[in-house]
Design a protein around this ligand. Structure first.
Ligand SMILES: Cc1cc2nc3c(=O)[nH]c(=O)nc-3n(C[C@H](O)[C@H](O)[C@H](O)COP(=O)(O)OP(=O)(O)OC[C@H]3O[C@@H](n4cnc5c(N)ncnc54)[C@H](O)[C@@H]3O)c2cc1C
Length: 408
């Protein structure tokens, strides 16, 4: 019977182990933490945004994003939904095509996986950190941190990325892949808040607002989102910021200076906003700051007016067209320079990772080391927020598991 080791009991490792066991392999999962699927438990704020109805290749990024397209063409949403239904986890759909387990509980997914692996006879070794993978002629020797040695015919490296260190994220997977000759693209944090050094903005801490956010590089838009923004004491968070953070961090780490432009009224054209301002500026005796309370939340008028360089105590009747234009610009296109990336502890994913040109997209087998398979976020593919990262973990893990044949 073929002996397969799965290094990492996260999303991609769990599904890989399931398929291996179903193919008749003697399957062992090595998990360094006290339980499998700890990151899974934190996904979707505990609800597990397991996949997305609007799955398409364009949702994935990396040096060769076509790899993701090849993967999901072979094991996509239909296969994923069938798999989860077969283990008793039907999906339910939320906004923007986001799919969740019908129970809306990540813990159910983790528990059902554990139960399934037990049923299929998979050995799950906890508190076992694999430190080295040593290829022998037709097999592999694994060494754990506790100096235990194990022999296997194939190894599925599903050790994840360095995002979320509090949930087990580390560089271990990259180091193991590199020790076997794999090329790495330096990981960087993606899907996370952005630091904005502009202090005036920090006074908006706690305010949520539906914004249009654009990332501009040398005047060209390189990423954009129209969603809720949450102002924080250090910068911006919320879905809009998370969505554009990858583009910002990638450019900053490349030594460039991207700008972020915030539009507080993205659903309005210029005339509509002008009419709105006419309404709130109808009483010439009011201060500008007080008048703007008709269309903005508390604290926003003072901050926006200070960014516009206009005195909030000035009366509407003395407002010049030039100052009004500056106010419109602050409402429409406040431009900020984001600071360096925030830590991996705040990131949902790590962009970068193992070069996918050295991996077969149909099986996840390494092109360098026969019998070694690499899956999940460890690879140089990251998806948008909304279930695309778990989908990539399911797809790659499943393909690696399906590639095993217990009889060989
Ligand atoms: C807070 C948070 C929320 C998220 N929410 C979502 C969401 O709702 N939807 C979505 O699509 N994505 C979400 N993600 C991203 C998603 O969780 C990951 O992309 C996905 O879990 C990656 O799966 P993986 O199997 O590659 O790695 P992981 O799930 O990270 O699993 C890797 C496992 O390997 C173990 N390991 C590492 N090294 C070793 C070693 N040397 N020996 C033994 N074990 C080892 C780790 O302990 C870990 O359990 C979220 C991420 C975070 C941090």
């Amino acid at each position: 019977m073929k002996r397969v080791a799965v290094i990492g009991g996260g999303a991609s490792g769990l599904i890989a182990a399931h398929y291996c066991a179903r193919a008749g392999c003697s399957t062992t999962v090595f998990e360094k933490q006290k339980s499998p699927g700890r990151k899974l438990l934190a996904t979707g704020n505990g609800r597990c945004n397991i996949a997305n109805r609007r799955l398409e290749a364009e949702r994935y990024h990396g040096h060769n994003p076509r790899f993701a397209g090849n993967v999901i063409a072979r094991y996509g949403l239909e296969e994923t939904e069938d798999f989860f239904r077969s283990v008793g986890i039907p999906f339910t759909e939320g906004e923007r095509g986001k799919l969740y387990p019908a129970s809306l509980q990540a813990s159910a997914v983790q528990r059902i996986f554990s139960w399934e692996l037990d049923r299929l006879g998979v050995r799950v070794l906890l508190h076992r950190e694999v430190e080295s993978i040593l290829p022998r002629d037709d097999s592999f020797q694994l060494l754990t941190a506790g100096r235990e040695k194990f022999g296997f015919d194939a190894v599925i490296l599903a050790a994840g990325s360095c995002a979320g260190p509090q949930l087990g994220g580390s560089r271990a997977g990259y180091d193991l892949a590199a020790s076997l000759g794999h090329r790495l693209y330096e990981p960087f944090p993606a899907i996370l808040p952005l630091t904005v050094p502009l202090k005036a903005l920090h006074r908006l801490e706690g305010i949520k607002w539906d914004c249009g956010v654009k990332v501009l590089l040398k005047g060209k838009t390189i990423a954009e989102a129209q969603e809720e923004l949450l102002f924080t004491k250090y910068g911006i968070s919320g879905p809009a910021s998370l969505e554009v953070s990858r583009a910002v961090n990638e450019r900053i780490l490349a030594g460039e200076t991207p700008e972020v432009a915030i539009d507080l009224f993205p659903a309005m054209n210029g005339e509509e906003l002008s009419a709105l301002l006419d309404t709130v500026f109808a009483d010439g005796g009011r201060t500008l700051s007080f008048s703007l309370l008709g269309i903005l939340k508390e604290r926003m008028p003072e901050v926006l007016l200070s960014i516009a360089g206009v005195d909030g105590q000035e009366r509407v009747e003395t407002l010049t067209p030039e100052k009004r234009a500056r106010i419109v610009r602050a409402l429409r296109e406040t431009r900020i320079l984001p600071g360096g990336p925030r830590p991996f502890g705040e990131a949902v994913v790590a962009a970068g990772g193992v070069d996918v040109d050295q991996v077969h997209p149909g099986t996840m087998e390494s092109k360098l080391v026969k019998g070694l398979y690499i899956t999940g976020e460890l690879l140089d593919i990251d998806g948008d927020s909304g279930g695309f990262n778990l989908q990539f973990a399911w797809s790659t893990g499943a393909l690696a598991g399906l590639a095993q044949n217990g009889a060989s």
